[in-house]
Design a protein around this ligand. Structure first.
Ligand code: FES
Length: 96
C-alpha cells in the first residue's frame, strides 16, 4: 500500500448510479446527478479552483429516495435532494 495526502483540499462525490426505469429504488442519474456534477465541475473551473476542489462521480450512497445525493470531504456532509440552485452554496462550503 502507498498512502500520501491528497493533492487537493476538498472533494465531493456526486452519485451517478443508474438503474432501470422500472426499478422501484429509482436512482440519482434519473434525478439529475450527472448534470449536477458536470455543472459543478464547470463552476470549479470558472472560479479557478481546479487543484483545490475535485468533483467525482460515485456509485450509490445508500439514500436513493432522497437523491440526487453527494458526500463531501473534509466536512463529511451527506447532501441529499440537491437542486441546481444549491450548487453555489455547495461549492462555497467546499472552498478551502
Ligand atoms: S442511487 Fe444515488 S444514493 Fe442510491
Amino acid at each position: 500500500m502507498i498512502k500520501f495526502p491528497a493533492p487537493f483540499q476538498a472533494t465531493i462525490f456526486i452519485c451517478d448510479k443508474k438503474r432501470a426505469p422500472d426499478n422501484p429504488k429509482g436512482c440519482c442519474r434519473t434525478r439529475g446527478g450527472d448534470a449536477l456534477r458536470l455543472r459543478l465541475k464547470e463552476m470549479v473551473a470558472e472560479q479557478g479552483l481546479e487543484g483545490q476542489v475535485r468533483i467525482f462521480k460515485s456509485g450509490c450512497l445508500g439514500v436513493c429516495a432522497q437523491g440526487p445525493a453527494a458526500i463531501a470531504h473534509p466536512s463529511g456532509d451527506l447532501i441529499m435532494g440537491i437542486q441546481p440552485e444549491d450548487l453555489p452554496e455547495i461549492l462555497e462550503d467546499l472552498k478551502p
